[in-house]
Every structure is written in C-alpha cells, then in structure tokens.
Design a protein around this ligand. Structure first.
Ligand SMILES: [Zn+2]
Length: 243
C-alpha cells in the first residue's frame, strides 16, 4: 500500500475519530472510480517473441527423435476434433519409447494412477468443447493429456518467465517421478504411449507419440512456446532449441 497524502489524511481522520464522510465527490469515492483503471494491466505476452528463446538449449525428450517439420505436429496447428489449437510438439515416438526431461526441474504432476476414461465419456466431453467453441482447460488437462507429467523449471530457463514443460499420452511413469522430485536434464520420466487419445479408449496402441509442450508464465498470464510464430520460422526456432 502506498501512503499518498490523501490516504494519510483518511487514515488519520479515522484514527482521530473524525467523522469522515464517504459521500459523492469525497476523496474516497473519487479514488474508487480511478483505481480500477489503474489496476488494468496491459498484456505484454500475447505475442511470442522468438528472441526470448534465442539462447535456450534443451535436450530432446526422445533420443534421436528430432523435432518434426510438419506444421500439423507443431504448435499452432488447428485441432478441430476438440475445437482447439495445438500448443506443443508431437514427437514421432512409438509405444514404449523412453521419455527424458528436457532440462533440470522439479516434478509438479505425475499421473501414476491414471485410468483411461470410457470411450463414450471422452466423446461427450469433446461435444462439450464444440459447444464452448474451444477446448476447456479442465477437459484438456484432465482428459486429453492422458497420463502426464509436468515439470517446473522455475525462472532458470528463460529470463523473466516461469517455465513448465508437459509430457503427455504416456504409457508408463517411473516410480521415482513424484511431486517434489528434483529431476536432472535428460533423466528418464517414463515411456511414450497414447493415453488420452481415442485409440487408447478403445484398447488400441495406435497413434502413439509424445506430446510435449512448454508454457511460459509472467504477470498472471501464460503463453505456449512458439505461439503464432509461422512455419518454417517456427521449425527453425524449435530445431535450434533442441540442437
Ligand atoms: Zn500433441
């Protein structure tokens, strides 16, 4: 709280028992009309700036599986089945491929007890997405990611941002991957799979891949790595990060 002369006046008035009137045109009523405008913060991260990750170097989550070139496997790709937009990278990893952390961090979510949702339930949830016009965050986080691990990289990776990475559709998570576990870069998290996908709900292993994403947070806002960066600039940026 800032002690402006006005606030000091109000405070001392209350303190010394004066009957301070909160009427129209009183300093307090004027303040109450000014403050909401002052509190309005201007969005500074609605556009991703490739310069933020200019010197960022990460370890490939699946050994020898490079960043895919195809726009449909990269951030910003439309995902019509859920009325949403892809926020991450789909690495071509067959079922059971070891998945590694891309950098050191702390485990914040590890779905050891994930149980695949019934096929009909998943279909109905996607119908709900259709009605909303985008993918609601609860449906995305609790159903579509499947068995997932989230890592918190603090403010170490990208200057000025808290960074988290997400590893989704896993078939297996290592026992030691528990919330609070300090993971080093390149350490094994688990194995790839297709949990959270339609195929998994009907008992098939088809479509397995690693969905990986990075979220940058700052000032009550967040943005995914590469948001609105056009391809092939996007591919070159990602390739450079994982080089
Ligand atoms: Zn994906």
């Amino acid at each position: 709280m800032k002690f402006t002369p006005l606030k000091v006046f109000v405070f001392t008035s209350i303190l010394f028992g004066q009957n301070y009137e909160y009427s129209k045109n009183s300093p307090l009523s004027i303040l109450s009309t000014i403050e909401p405008k002052q509190r309005k913060i201007i969005s500074i991260i609605n556009k991703f700036n490739p310069l933020w990750v200019d010197s960022l170097k990460l370890i490939l989550p699946c050994k020898d599986i490079p960043v895919p070139r195809r726009t449909m496997r990269l951030p910003n790709a439309p995902r019509t089945y859920r009325n949403g937009t892809h926020r991450g990278i789909d690495f071509f990893a067959n079922w059971g491929t070891p998945v590694h952390s891309v950098a050191k961090g702390v485990v914040v979510r590890a779905d050891h007890n994930y149980k695949e949702v019934p096929a009909n339930f998943r279909v109905n949830m996607l119908k709900a997405s259709e009605k909303v016009g985008n993918t609601p965050s609860d449906i995305f986080n609790n159903i579509l990611l499947g068995k997932a691990v989230f890592l918190d990289h603090g403010f170490d990776l990208i200057k000025g941002f808290r960074v988290i990475t997400i590893y989704a559709h896993l078939s297996y998570i290592e026992d030691y991957i528990q919330p609070g576990y300090k993971i080093s870069g390149g350490e094994i998290i688990g194995k790839s799979g297709n949990t959270g996908m339609r195929e998994s709900t009907i008992g098939s292993k088809a479509g397995s891949h690693l969905h990986w994403e990075m979220i940058l947070q700052k000032d009550r806002e967040e943005i995914y790595l590469g948001k609105d960066v056009p391809n092939p600039e996007l591919y070159e940026m990602l390739k450079n990060i994982f080089n």
